[in-house]
Write a protein that binds this ligand. Structure first.
Ligand SMILES: [Zn+2]
Length: 88
């Protein structure tokens, strides 16, 4: 199977970043928008995986890589929180 590893990383790290923004909307639409914007700003990282093995690699990411992801997620949160697309 081929998977975009970046999707897993974004999924894994988004809750940690959202915790720092208690005031913003965390509905499915907004969190999906945040993920989409972040993923568009991050390079896809395709990996060939057997079932399950992708998760074990999450701990092997280097610090600079993690910092970049957190920074893109933060930017995406700011974009979405200023212009939420959900139905009020
Ligand atoms: Zn929302």
């Amino acid at each position: 199977m081929i998977r975009n590893y970046m999707e897993y990383i974004v999924e894994e790290n988004l809750p940690l970043v959202l915790d720092k923004y208690p005031g913003i909307c965390k509905c499915e639409k907004c969190t999906d928008d945040i993920k989409a914007i972040a993923l568009n700003n991050l390079k896809p990282l395709y990996v060939v995986t057997e079932k399950g093995t992708i998760y074990s690699r999450l701990n092997e990411l280097n610090q600079q890589f993690k910092t970049d992801i957190i920074s893109k997620l933060t930017q995406a949160i700011e974009v979405v929180s200023k212009n939420p697309k959900h139905n009020l």
